[in-house]
Design a protein around this ligand. Sequence first.
Ligand code: URA
Length: 211
Amino acid sequence: MTSEQETLQTLAAQISQCTLCALHQGRIRAVPGEGPADAELMLIGEGPGYHENRQGRPFVGPSGQFLDELLATARLRRQDVFIANVVKCRPPDNRDPLPNEVDTCTSTYLHKQIELIDPKVIVTLGRYSMALFFPKEKISKIHGQPRRIGGRLIVPMIHPAAALHQPKNRALIEEDFRRLPEFLARAEHAASQPESPADDESPAAEQLSMF
Ligand code: URA
């Protein structure tokens, strides 16, 4: 086992016992996330729902089935990507996670997962995940537009649950996922480029013109 795999497992064990915010009170199981420690692509959802809370695994309910279909359109398999969430415990009644819950969970766990996996591409699913990278943007405006931050591409996408039963959003997310292979291919290129200081300072200005 590599040291990254080991550290991810240690983090997962900590997450399953975590009591750092109030969300732990209502959980059945925490959902640390899963996938290879060396995944090139990481998907970040919002937080566990009803099914995930029961199974301790990300995206296993209806939106997870849809996510598998979306991955297939990009010729990707679930077992090849790392799937995580902004918060690791289910917010009661699927309410939105609160700012202190997001801050605590991401600073303790998600950022470490990103650092360890070091993916070439991160797809954010939904507003809360997008806001970690682009706090002032609107998903309706920037979905499907990759931007480079710190040598990797971040691609904001609509949340699968918001697209599942809405034909307009469904068409948009399907189109965005179909372009993922292209983004992954280009990300290799982007990661090997010297970084310009502008990358981190103004991500909004860094939308890649080549896309
Ligand atoms: N929705 C999410 O955002 N994450 C999951 O794991 C499941 C549903």
